[in-house]
Design a protein around this ligand. Sequence first.
Ligand code: MLT
Length: 239
Amino acid sequence: MIPLLLLHAFPLDHRMWDEVEALLTGFPAVFAPDLPGDLRRQEPALEAVADAAAEQLRAAGIDRVLVGGLSMGGYVALALLERHPDLVAGLALIDTKSTADAPEAHANRLRVADEAERSGSVDVVRPMSGVLLGETTRALRPEVTAVVDGWIGEQDPAVVAWCQRAMAARPDRTDVLRTFDGPFVVVVGAEDTVTPVAAAEHMVQAAPHARLVVVPRAGHLTAIEDPAAVAAALGGLLS
Ligand code: MLT
């Protein structure tokens, strides 16, 4: 029986997994930490987040785990796989990508980080639900937009800045996938414009045994927009 580690997206927290967790069966334990946890006083680095997660799991007596990461959580999952391959029994990369940022995206992250820090507010990321959620969700389910807006509004500006700088510094980790031979599923919302279907296909091409699940009528936050589809994909790792 292998537990599950769920790694959340930016600028959100563990609550984005609540509905998925409620639908999961068969896992002896599910861990959904808030990132970056205690690391926020250290230099921003996703590698440190991965190392801390590995340390906490090992301290709890866990030496194999299934890992599901959505977007930023996927970047952390890839760092975990690179640095602690023995720990990762199976992988679900959801609405994420294995490549590094293009120069403009990198520069924009640093701008957002500086602005969150300077203003001491999350105003700079407050409009993000407009790009994170798919067009169908935005058009038909305003209550979902309201929940995501509420969660974004409750984030700590210092954590927003930390995460942006950590994501900006991440390298291309596509090669990490080439040697992974455990169960591997790539999930992407058909309406994801942040890490689109092409980014998912790129990861699947790197690991030909990977399964690709395209979730219709969902955007970049499939775990929130279609929790049943994501729970099914995670459950599939067990078999
Ligand atoms: C996320 O959903 O975690 C972010 O959109 C990831 C990113 O900014 O690359």
